[in-house]
Design a protein around this ligand. Structure first.
Ligand code: THG
Length: 270
């Protein structure tokens, strides 16, 4: 599974403060820890006021790349100015999070993705909001993929996010997301599927447990990436167990290796 580390997000209180105070040590530590815990991409969300966002994004990108020059970033903003500011400071072409069918993103984000040939997260929502059914989300994905293909972006560079909404606000929200995954997998076999995993558990007790269970279900539905906390040991254990059981780990090699390295199983105290 392709892991996108979620922790450098300015809407989290401690991170928002670090951005305002330009606390580089705090941000570099978050970057390094996620990278060392197998995050292939680091999500970078500057949060804060729109006027400051391009400058904050540029600072975050620069700061993160000092700590992990080999990490690929996933710039998380609806604001094309912030995305461009981040792209210009990035060591390698970042992923953009995200393009939706909202007109301002079609006008702002799509041209940037085409100009720089970036990987791109697609969100199936438009100016009318988030469609309630899998079929309606698929209709938006079809419109978006038509646009990205026209712009010369190959399907392999797309990460479609089926949109995860809290199970506490609708008992079918898990099923709608999983059904959307299966339909996208069928119709667009070359795209990746990713999601903000922990959205599922907002407003519930035992959030980590619900996130773990949903990760297993999502993997079964064809999800091959997720935005999550790479430092969660329980989540890593569940992910590696499910991948092995679904035949995605040849000779069970990753599972055995992770066990021997102490990355899953009992914490080794030496
Ligand atoms: N889809 C896409 N992008 C997204 C989301 C999505 N980006 C933002 C978000 N959703 C995913 N990122 C986060 C980041 C942090 C948390 C949840 C989702 C979070 N943090 C807790 C906190 O701050 O208290 C706990 C984590 C911690 O402290 O370690 O919940 O859906 N495309």
């Amino acid at each position: 599974m392709i892991i996108i580390g979620e922790k450098i997000n300015g809407t989290r209180k401690r991170v928002g403060e670090a951005v305002i105070n330009r606390d580089g040590d705090f941000i570099r530590d978050l970057a390094l820890r996620q990278f060392q815990n197998s995050a292939s991409y680091l999500d970078i969300n500057a949060g804060g006021l729109p006027q400051r966002e391009p400058e904050d994004m540029a600072w975050l990108v620069q700061t993160v790349q000092q700590a992990v020059p080999d990490a690929t970033l996933c710039l998380d903003s609806p604001n094309h100015r912030a995305l461009r500011a981040g792209i210009e400071k990035a060591a390698r072409t970042p992923m953009l999070n995200s393009l939706s069918a909202e007109q301002f993103r079609i006008d702002g984000v799509l041209p940037l993705a085409c100009e720089f040939g970036t990987e791109l997260i697609l969100l199936p929502l438009d100016d009318n909001g988030i469609p309630a059914t899998a079929e309606a989300r698929l209709a938006v994905v079809r419109r978006l993929v038509e646009m990205t293909r026209k712009g010369g972006i190959p399907d392999e560079k797309l990460f479609v996010d089926p949109l995860v909404m809290a199970i506490s606000t609708g008992i079918e929200n898990g099923n709608i997301t999983l059904e959307t995954c299966r339909r996208i997998r069928e119709e667009f076999p070359k795209v990746h599927l990713t999601c903000g995993l922990s959205n599922i558990s907002f407003g519930m007790p035992l959030r980590p447990l619900l996130n773990q269970a949903f990760l297993v279900l999502a993997l079964q539905a064809g999800m091959d990436s997720a935005i999550l906390d790479p430092e969660s040991r329980e989540l890593r254990e569940m992910m590696m167990a499910a991948e092995t059981l679904l035949g995605k780990d040849r000779h069970c090699m990753n599972f055995n290796r992770a066990f021997r390295a102490g990355k899953i199983g009992p914490v080794k105290t030496s």
